[in-house]
Design a protein around this ligand. Structure first.
Ligand SMILES: [Zn+2]
Length: 106
C-alpha cells in the first residue's frame, strides 16, 4: 500500500485528512467525496471535453488561481462546492474561445 499516495486536490492543493485517508485506504469506500474535476465541471454545466478544454482551463484558473493540470485527478469536497457555486457565473462572463488554440503560457 502506498503511503498517502498521490492524492491531493487540483484546486487547493490540499490532501485528504488522515481520517479520510484511513477510511479510503482501509475500507472499500475509497475517496468517495473526492472526485475528478471533470465531474464537478459537468455537474455545473461545463463538461470537460476536447472542445471545451480552453474554456475549462480559463475557468479553472479563475476559480482556483492555478492551472488545470494536464491530467486532472481530484477535487476535494470544498473545491467541488466552489465549482458548483461559482462556475455558472464565471461561464456567463466568459467570452473567450472554447477550444484551446493558443499554447499554454508556462
Ligand atoms: Zn480543494
Amino acid at each position: 500500500m502506498e503511503r498517502t499516495a498521490e492524492i491531493y486536490c487540483d484546486g487547493c492543493g490540499g490532501k485528504p485528512s488522515v481520517w479520510a485517508w484511513i477510511r479510503a485506504e482501509l475500507t472499500s469506500e475509497g475517496y468517495s467525496n473526492w472526485r475528478h474535476p471533470a465531474i464537478a465541471f459537468q455537474a455545473a454545466g461545463c463538461p470537460m471535453t476536447y472542445n471545451t478544454r480552453g474554456l475549462c482551463e480559463r475557468l479553472f484558473e479563475r476559480l482556483f488561481n492555478r492551472l488545470l493540470p494536464e491530467e486532472p485527478s481530484y477535487l476535494c469536497p470544498r473545491c467541488q462546492d466552489r465549482v458548483a457555486a461559482e462556475l455558472p457565473d464565471l461561464m456567463a462572463q466568459d467570452h473567450g474561445p472554447r477550444q484551446r488554440d493558443v499554447p499554454r503560457h508556462y
